[in-house]
Design a protein around this ligand. Structure first.
Ligand code: C2E
Ligand code: CA
Ligand code: CA
Length: 644
């Protein structure tokens, strides 16, 4: 509008020199407008400011017009021009009074209102128009009042906005930053302070670190003592973080029990000291309204090198933290590229494995278990094999760990159970195979996640021929993690329903006696690392002798895995290991091939029985044992009569 003014005035009846003054005034007016325009662009303020600039233009040109009577030979000024002057004032003064106020341009508002009020009023007074003068004085007062009220509203709005901005980036419970706040803070610091991309810093050199910390055991606090107690623990975690981290650290609570912070300008060694101290402090009990609780922390750390933004850094630390989490105790993992590669492989394998499970591309092969004295088969272990598109098979050693991480192992376990049940069903009518047991490998996570229901679903009446192999270490962690009661009751229920439990890979983990007592086991499987080469290794032989003696004491039969040679068979037989499994007896093969091998072994063993009467003291003594649970396992080994 301002820029059209000259055209509007062209016909207003002004003289030549009046028009030149007008043109000059217009040019002069353009200067502050352009200045204000630059200011508002610099501050990236709203487009409403542009309207303010228009107002400034109108105001200035009106002012110039008002001054025309003093600038020499101006000719006459008609009625219309008078009212245009008044309108200029009205538009400028009220416009500025209600204009949105922000940025440096807003500082000009009050001066502009005052100058306008004074000059227009003065102009009409000089022109001898008392009515217009009075109206303009009133309007000036109203404009100033509007300005003052606007100012007050603005400051209230500003404090409200500051408050909501604070809330948008802070966590209400702990007062720490929240995820958004943390991302913003890290964004700022990575822009200014980090080492360039790809730099690796020596352990004593200073660097910046981003740490993610996830509480372990917090959920139990919440579940057991309620949310008030949980909140009290979280608040104290926040306080301990603040008290034990350097003041330069940015600290945040990202999610319910997940915290993040930075350690700035610290060598790797110094950072590790800080972390060690912090974890010590974090480990001490947290008092709350219902007593006190302890929690530990899984920690992931990544170095803040340039180029990586906050989201990327947090993803890195998250991968590292995920590694720590696997230990279920306080643990620190540093991020490195291999974690990322592993993660990418995992994503890929997970997607393909999920599809493979739908397509039933996971087959179950079987490997026989035999008595050591006469090599008579007592059962088989089912071993998963992933059939790939090219007809080759992938080893479970590569995909089971990923299946465990992604939870798909539960579905593999279910399919294995279904396969086992159908196998047992088929063998029921087969005089040569009907006494054989079938063992299924399950992940410990499955044990506490519906395994019993899955077993009952496939074999509702209970069947001592169905064996469940699980790995000791995971079980013990669950035991310590507070799930002991639940776990024991699940295991007791297995026992009550006449399913067998076998502890797998014994000797690789804790091999803890107390857990052997606590769990109603039907057998322990001695890991192949303890078995392979036993014929030439006195230490291994000694360890095996001790294990066999212990198992005998506990009245639990043991199975030696990884039996590869005839010498090993002989040595193990001599050491009193009752049951054997390994390539030296039979390799894992597709079920039809294993069935053929089993029949052959059953027939051969009959002959062997006659030549070599039962010399194994331990197997003989098993038959005399009376304990209910134990008898089950003897039956399951196929040692007693026809009915099992
Ligand atoms: P595991 O339960 O200890 O199974 C025995 C492994 O030892 C099998 O490897 C078997 O092929 C191998 N083995 C048998 N005899 C010998 C021998 O004489 N010498 C040597 N060197 N190795 C022998 P596999 O089939 O590759 O399975 C590896 C692991 O994958 C298994 O170890 C088990 O922990 C897991 N797994 C296999 N199938 C399943 C499954 O269906 N579910 C779950 N959850 N895990 C499974
Ligand atoms: Ca096994
Ligand atoms: Ca094993």
């Amino acid at each position: 509008m301002f820029w059209l003014m000259p055209a509007v005035y062209w016909d207003s009846g002004l003289s030549q020199s009046g028009l030149s003054t007008l043109a000059f005034g217009w040019l002069v007016a353009a200067v502050p407008s352009l200045l204000a325009l630059t200011l508002s662009f610099g501050e990236q303020t709203s487009p409403l400011l542009l309207r303010r600039l228009d107002l400034a233009g109108i105001g200035t040109i009106g002012l110039v017009l008002a001054l025309i009577p003093w600038v020499g030979n101006v000719g006459h000024m008609n009625e219309g021009a008078h009212y245009l002057l008044a309108m200029c004032f009205l538009a400028t003064a009220t416009g500025f009074a209600v204009a949105p106020r922000s940025g440096r341009a807003a500082d000009l508002d009050l001066p502009i209102i005052l100058i306008n009020s004074f000059s227009y009023t003065a102009a009409f007074a000089v022109m001898g128009n008392p009515v217009m003068t009075a109206i303009l004085i009133m309007l000036a007062l109203v404009s100033i009042m509007m300005f003052v009220t606007g100012q007050r509203i603005m400051s209230q709005l500003q404090s409200l906005r500051a408050d909501s901005e604070h809330r948008a980036v802070h966590d209400g419970l702990t007062g720490l930053l929240n995820r958004d706040g943390f991302i913003k803070a890290v964004e700022t610091s990575t822009k200014t302070e980090s080492a360039p991309t790809g730099t690796t810093v020596a352990d004593h050199e200073s660097s910046d670190w981003l740490v993610l910390l996830d509480l372990v055991g917090f959920k139990q606090v919440n579940d057991r003592f309620g949310h008030t107690a949980g909140d009290m623990v979280l608040t104290q975690v926040g306080e301990r973080l603040k008290a034990n981290l350097p003041s330069s650290s940015t600290i945040a609570r990202l999610a319910s029990d997940e915290f993040a912070f930075t350690i700035i300008g610290s060598s790797k060694n110094a950072m590790e000291c800080t972390m060690g101290r912090l974890l010590d402090v974090m480990a001490s009990p947290y008092p709350h309204d219902r007593g006190s609780s302890q929690v530990s922390a899984s920690v992931g750390i990544t170095q803040m090198t340039g180029g990586a933004g906050p989201t990327e850094l947090m993803a890195e630390a998250d991968l590292a933290m995920y590694e720590s989490k696997k230990t279920k105790a306080s643990y620190i993992t540093h991020y490195d590229r291999s974690l990322k590669e592993h993660f990418e492989t995992r994503i890929d394998v997970e997607a393909r494995l999920r599809q493979a499970l739908v397509n039933h591309d996971i087959e179950f092969w079987a490997q026989p278990l035999v008595l050591s004295n006469n090599l008579r088969p007592v059962g088989v272990e089912l071993l998963a094999r992933w059939k790939l598109a090219d007809g080759s098979y992938e080893s479970p050693a590569t995909f089971i760990p990923i299946a465990e991480e992604t939870g798909l192992v539960v579905e593999i376990g279910r399919q294995a159970l279904q396969f086992a049940a159908s196998l047992l069903d088929r063998w029921d009518d087969d005089p040569e195979l009907k006494h054989l047991s079938v063992n299924v490998n399950v992940a410990a996570s499955h044990l506490t996640d519906g395994l019993l229901e899955d077993v009952i679903a496939v074999q509702p009446q209970g069947d001592h021929r169905l064996g469940i192999e699980f790995v000791e270490s995971q079980l013990i962690l669950d035991h310590e993690g507070g799930g002991a009661d639940r776990l024991s009751s699940i295991l007791d229920e297995f026992r009550r329903r006449r399913y067998r439990l076998l502890m797998d890979d014994f000797g690789t983990g804790y091999s803890s006696l107390s857990y052997l007592w606590a769990i109603p086991l039907s057998a322990i499987k001695i890991d192949r690392s303890l078995v392979m080469g036993v014929e030439d290794d006195r230490t291994k032989a000694g360890l095996l002798t001790a294990t066999v003696a212990m198992a005998r004491e506990l009245q639990i039969p043991c199975v030696a895995e990884g039996v590869e040679t005839d010498e090993a068979i002989e040595a193990l037989n001599r050491l009193g290991v009752p049951i054997l499994q390994g390539f030296g007896i039979a390799k894992p093969r597709p079920i039809s091939e294993t069935e053929t091998a089993l029949r052959r072994m059953v027939r051969n063993a009959r002959g062997a029985d006659q030549e070599m009467p039962d010399t194994n003291e331990f197997v003989k003594s098993l038959e005399q044992m009376n304990s209910e649970g134990y008898r089950l396992s003897v039956e399951s080994l196929g040692i007693t009569g026809d009915d099992g």
